[in-house]
Design a protein around this ligand. Structure first.
Ligand SMILES: [Zn+2]
Length: 341
């Protein structure tokens, strides 16, 4: 079936057959002639030419000019920024640009040669390190931590992580701080993967609290934790005591992957998803453990990360523990969640 597309021609003022064409168009960019084959639609009746919707002629010309001059593409700029887990604002602060400028470049605007050089220099982690030393004070504490972690992730030797994990799994007496279970990193990773699969959204904000609920609820029901992780009270809520090392372990093994997302309010966050190796974990939860997990999912699946955080702040286990201290599992008795009969 051949179909003749019609559209309302602005000159004929009614629906007309149209054909799609490419029209060679000249642009003057910084004193140079740039020729672009612009996609256009032509009215078969009167010959009027209109731009195709969704095509930005200037952006096409900029792309051509960038290729000619060897300038970074908008995607390259964005990827470079994300490599260091910087927001647009933070990259702008470090490089002495405005946030609007970085936003424009990532959206297809044409960068100045000087800005291109400055952004490209960030390919070198040492350069970003020195920017951080000079201007890091102007970033939020949270953002500073993220860049530093990203820089460390690039250079941190794997052996350091291995030693941290060994310490974590070193035999400890089952006690009230590990929920009377020896810590097992694979069970921990399996729990994270399970949460990522069962809940519509797992973020950096919600993950630590979800783990806390799963471990503490299982202790409440069965007098033993799920993973053997110890949890610490910090300002943001209860967190597994070595969650940074554990995250690095899970990511480097491909059990989970994280994705940076930008929200409409300009904030950035991270989402957790099962990684390509998640199927290789080889951990199965018992029927009783699955009951605990189902109870956590059904109670919290519709809560936003900030609702989960707020709820965790009201738990006796959190309220009755000093700041920075490990949370005793026996406080799980008063947890606001229960495993149904
Ligand atoms: Zn027409």
């Amino acid at each position: 079936m051949s179909e003749t597309a019609t559209h309302e021609c602005i000159v004929c003022d009614s629906d007309r057959p149209l054909r799609h064409e490419r029209q060679s168009t000249e642009f003057d960019i910084r004193g140079e002639v740039v020729v672009v084959d612009l996609p256009v639609k032509v009215c078969e009746e009167c010959g009027t030419i209109e731009e195709e919707e969704g095509v930005d002629p200037a952006n096409m010309a900029f792309a051509e000019y960038r290729t000619r001059k060897g300038l970074l593409s908008p995607e390259q700029i964005r990827n470079l920024r994300k490599q260091y887990r910087l927001s647009q604002r933070s990259l702008a602060v470090l490089l002495g640009m405005s946030e609007a400028t970085v936003n424009r470049y990532e959206g297809g605007g044409l960068q100045t040669p000087a800005h291109d050089t400055a952004i490209r220099a960030c390919e070198n982690g040492d350069f970003v390190c020195s920017l951080l030393q000079q201007h890091g004070g102007k970033l939020s504490k949270w953002q500073r931590k993220r860049v530093k972690a990203a820089l460390e992730g690039q250079t941190r030797p794997q052996s350091k992580l291995a030693r941290a994990l060994e310490r974590l799994e070193a035999p400890k007496e089952p006690n009230v701080l590990n929920g009377y279970r020896h810590f097992d990193r694979l069970r921990y990773a399996a729990l994270v993967v399970w949460l990522c699969r069962q809940l519509p959204l797992v973020t950096a904000t919600s993950l630590n609290k979800l783990l806390f609920y799963a471990d503490f609820l299982h202790f409440k029901a069965e007098s033993v934790s799920l993973t053997g992780a110890a949890y610490r009270r910090v300002q943001h809520g209860p967190v597994p005591s070595e969650y940074g090392d554990l995250r690095q372990f899970m990511e480097s093994e491909g059990f989970v992957r994280t994705k940076e997302v930008e929200y409409q309010n300009g904030h950035t966050g991270e989402e957790f998803h099962p990684g390509p190796e998640a199927g290789q974990l080889g951990v199965t939860f018992s029927a009783r453990e699955a009951k605990t997990l189902d109870a956590v999912a059904s109670a919290l699946k519709d809560c936003t990360p900030s609702e989960i955080r707020k709820r965790s702040h009201q738990e006796a286990a959190y309220c009755e523990t000093g700041d920075g201290e490990l949370i005793a599992y026996d406080k799980a008795a008063e947890l606001s969640l229960s495993v149904p009969g």
